[in-house]
Design a protein around this ligand. Structure first.
Ligand code: BGP
Length: 461
């Protein structure tokens, strides 16, 4: 017998500022790295995106029609502080005040990501997270957010997918490192900044909750050979536990640390850094789940393997692990493996390890959604994906895991980080093409009505 969802379960949906807002240079917004990075070949840029900046009221009304109890979105740092620090852009503050007030009009809880891959360009070009001074910049930025929005925003997320920025090899949205020691130095500064901001949040906002938002994936061994299991443990430490142990247990995961030490890519630490790490504590763990990962052992003299889609992304470490395909799992049209049971597994692993409430901030499937002849989008594949994943989440809750809410990626079609506008995740279709804006009208998909029914009945249809 499955446990019912709590009455106050936060059924939400997610977006990020640079992927949904557009208005890239309007109302005083400063440049971010996403305005300066060259988009992947043959994909659109972020200048217009879904034009949410101008259509915000209409979009929030649609979120309310869907019945959302929460909406996870990010604040663009360079809308608030165009230069990353110093002068505040009041029009940026005004936009997010309007958005938050609009959400609260419909009793939709705002869940705010403070930094989602869009570092202000003026900070990035000075070296971004490589400079220790950015810790103060992030704290000052956080203080402005807490001062202006802290009276209405009860859920805060520090950094979106810090682990993916580090592991993607080029630190998505921040300064590209010239070597891995610099990468893990940037990571160290992000960990310190996160800890400082969690402490500041608890000092300034008595009834707010704050946590990290990494991308977490359970790691399976390719076979039951002990060396494959060891490789899986290695990768789990480097991909997941390095980030969450530092945030939650406030220590560097010993196995990950030993790996960095052996490779001579340890971050330079200052006296007091561990004290800073210990001073911040999360109230919950938010995380993004897309799929599980399977690894096999690799020999010390094996060559480094790279992701066949993202040539810069290492998917192996000779003598430590090698990511391999899991032939037991179906795949999305973009070749991502689909693993609903993996979702139940990781929910249990996270709860067993940290005993903190969990909040899902991304889960979804990218599809080539198309308007059919009567102008509808029958995204049955997406409905099936959510049906399976929500069922496994409910099983995990029945297994005893405390889950605060579920925010699928994405509330509305927006620009994919790798595949532009052709790869759609939304419950709401945006009528534009990769390079042809058309009328940008919003059209609820079949999954919109499915999710609406699920939320209304508080159970899986
Ligand atoms: C996550 C990011 C989201 C979104 C999602 C889908 O890593 O946090 O911003 O991009 O991935 O990925 P993609 O857009 O590449 O399909």
């Amino acid at each position: 017998k499955l446990k019912d969802f709590p009455k106050d379960f936060l059924w939400g949906a997610s977006t990020s500022a640079y992927q949904v807002e557009g208005a890239w240079n309007e109302d005083g917004k400063g440049l971010s790295t996403q305005d300066m990075l060259t988009p992947p070949e043959n994909t659109t840029d972020f200048k217009v995106a879904s034009d949410h900046y101008h259509r915000m009221k209409e979009d929030v009304q649609l979120f309310a029609e869907m019945g959302l109890k929460a909406y996870r979105f990010s604040i663009a740092w360079s809308r608030i502080l165009p230069e990353g620090r110093g002068k505040i852009n009041q029009k940026g503050i005004d936009f997010y005040n309007r958005l938050i007030d609009e959400l609260l009009k419909y009793n939709i809880q705002p869940i705010v990501t403070m930094f989602h891959f869009d570092l202000p360009w003026s900070l990035a070009k000075e070296g971004g997270w490589i400079n220790r001074s950015i810790i103060e910049d992030f704290k000052d930025y956080a203080k402005i957010l807490f001062e202006n929005f802290g009276d209405r925003v009860k859920y805060w997320l520090t950094i979106n997918e810090q682990n993916m920025m580090v592991l993607a090899g080029n630190l998505l949205g921040t300064k590209t490192s010239k070597n891995l020691q610099e990468t893990y130095q940037q990571n160290h500064h992000m960990l310190l900044a996160q800890a400082e901001v969690m402490r500041l949040c608890h000092e300034m906002l008595l009834d707010a909750q704050i946590g990290p938002a990494p991308n977490i994936s359970p790691v399976y061994p390719a076979t039951n050979k002990p060396e494959d299991m060891l490789a899986a443990e290695n990768w789990a430490a480097l991909r997941n536990w390095l980030y969450l142990d530092a945030c939650v247990k406030r220590i560097y995961n010993p196995t990950a640390w030993a790996f960095l030490e052996e490779k001579k890519i340890l971050p330079n630490m200052k006296k007091g850094d561990l004290h800073i790490l210990k001073a911040g504590k999360p109230d919950f763990i938010a995380f993004n789940y897309y799929n599980s990962t399977t690894v096999s052992a690799s020999l010390p003299d094996d060559s480094v393997k790279y992701d066949k889609y993202d040539k810069k992304k290492m998917i192996s470490e000779p003598g430590v692990y090698e990511v391999v395909e899991n032939s037991n799992l179906p795949k999305t049209p973009f070749n991502w493996e689909i693993d609903p049971v993996g979702f139940r597994i990781i929910l249990r692993q996270l709860y067993d390890r940290y005993h903190l409430p969990l909040l899902i901030t991304e889960n979804g499937i990218g599809l080539y959604d198309e308007l059919d002849e009567d102008g509808k989008i029958n995204d049955d594949i997406r409905i099936d994906f959510y049906q399976q994943h929500i069922m496994e989440m409910q099983k995990a809750m029945t297994d005893g895991v405390e889950v605060l809410g579920y925010n699928p990626w994405s509330a509305i079609d927006l620009v994919s980080t790798h595949e532009g506008f052709r790869k759609r995740y939304g419950f709401i279709y945006v009528n534009r093409k990769e390079f042809d804006l058309l009328d940008m009208n919003r059209i609820p998909k079949k999954s919109f009505y499915w999710y609406q029914k699920l939320i209304r009945e508080n159970k899986v249809p």
